[in-house]
Design a protein around this ligand. Structure first.
Ligand code: NAP
Length: 328
């Protein structure tokens, strides 16, 4: 028994024939072409993510089915469910996994999902608001929560956000500022300064500064915390300029990652030596996991709530250690 109409509207992208990539709204997408799932959802909102843009172009290298309904996240109302924990009428969201990548996503009026994709919408959060935050905002929130769970408090000092004009970076700037932190936005776009300040940035750092090479393994400790959304040269910069005991939350695949999915820096390299200041790196994964170094025993829960830790005294170098988590 299905509550999904036989056909409905959906945005579709792909190549129906070799050399003929097409994208656009199809008025009568057949429900029979949706994948199986325990839960049927009438979709109300989805966000626009960089990944969604890639799914709509030839050689975007994101879509693993053809054609695809893009949309890596969605929010709406359950119209039918075979899972006892999820009921018709419930407001829910779903994001990540293979949504909009290897499974039809949110740019559609209806979908079917496995029960374990479903996140009930908390009271007070509408479907529209949830998707205004979107996966990029969720990643930023995970980053901020990761820093605060490692001891960052308003008043501790300046907090750096790299790639600040981007989706994750802009949300991180706004969230950190709203929580009372002094945020500095690193950007390669000088004309974004006014917008970044309107989001709450106390100041702007030119991109050149945060991507500069240095022979020095450590520089004077400037940042009380950092959200690095870029990677490549920015992570070594962040690590060598963090204050003692500070943490960096990294979600960087924008440039070639230093550690995310790549090799751990070799012993004696700039990155490896920077870590000797006893910093913490948290790899932020948009599926709701924060991963710290297994060797420190500080692995976070899969629900995105890092194991609570006592805050070390200021200047302590003994209670935090470096981590090179797996890919975010
Ligand atoms: N969006 C998500 O939902 C999500 C979820 C999990 C992980 N991530 C990862 O987080 C990272 C950021 O994602 P995003 O969606 O925020 O991407 P985005 O909107 O494209 O922003 C990336 C930002 O990086 C900066 N940048 C670009 N090229 C650069 C370069 N050559 N050197 C230095 N900085 C450069 C730019 O900011 P400035 O011009 O301001 O410097 C750009 O706006 C990506 O690696 C992504 O894979 C994203």
């Amino acid at each position: 028994m299905t509550e999904i109409p036989e056909t409905f509207r959906a945005f579709l992208a792909g190549s129906p024939a070799v050399d003929r990539f097409r994208r656009g709204v199809r008025d009568a997408f057949p429900a029979a072409d949706l994948p199986d799932g325990d839960v049927e959802v009438r979709i109300e909102w989805s966000s626009v993510n960089y990944k969604d843009a890639l799914a709509t172009i030839p050689d975007g290298k994101v879509a693993r089915i053809n054609p695809i309904i893009p949309g890596i996240d969605l929010a709406g109302q359950v119209v039918a469910s075979t899972d006892s924990s999820i009921v018709a009428g419930q407001q829910i969201l779903a994001h990540g996994s293979d949504l909009g990548v290897a499974r039809h996503g949110g740019y559609s009026e209806y979908t079917r999902l496995p029960a374990n994709y479903i996140v009930p919408l908390p009271d007070g959060l509408s479907a529209r608001q949830a998707m205004a935050v979107g996966t990029a905002g969720f990643t930023a929130a995970m980053s901020v929560a990761g820093l605060e769970s490692r001891g960052l408090r308003p008043g501790d000092g300046p907090v750096l956000v790299t790639g600040a004009s981007g989706g994750v970076g802009g949300c991180a700037v706004a969230m950190l500022a709203a929580r009372g932190h002094e945020v500095w936005a690193a950007t390669g776009k000088p004309d974004e300064e006014a917008r970044l300040r309107s989001l709450g940035a106390a100041g702007v750092v030119p991109r050149d500064e945060v991507t500069a090479e240095s022979q020095r393994p450590l520089e004077s400790g400037r940042w009380a915390g950092a959200v690095d959304t870029v990677g490549g040269p920015t992570l070594p910069y962040v690590l060598r300029t963090l204050r003692t005991g500070a943490a960096v939350a990294s979600s960087p695949l924008t440039l070639q990652p230093v550690w995310c999915g790549g090799p751990v820096p070799r012993r004696g390299s700039t990155s490896a030596r920077s870590v000797s200041r006893s910093t913490t790196r948290a790899s932020i994964h948009s599926m709701g996991r924060t991963v710290s170094s297994p060797s420190t025993g500080r692995r976070a829960s899969a629900a995105g709530r890092p194991t609570p830790r006592r805050r070390p005294p200021r200047g302590s170098t003994s209670s935090r250690s470096s981590s090179a988590g797996p890919s975010s």
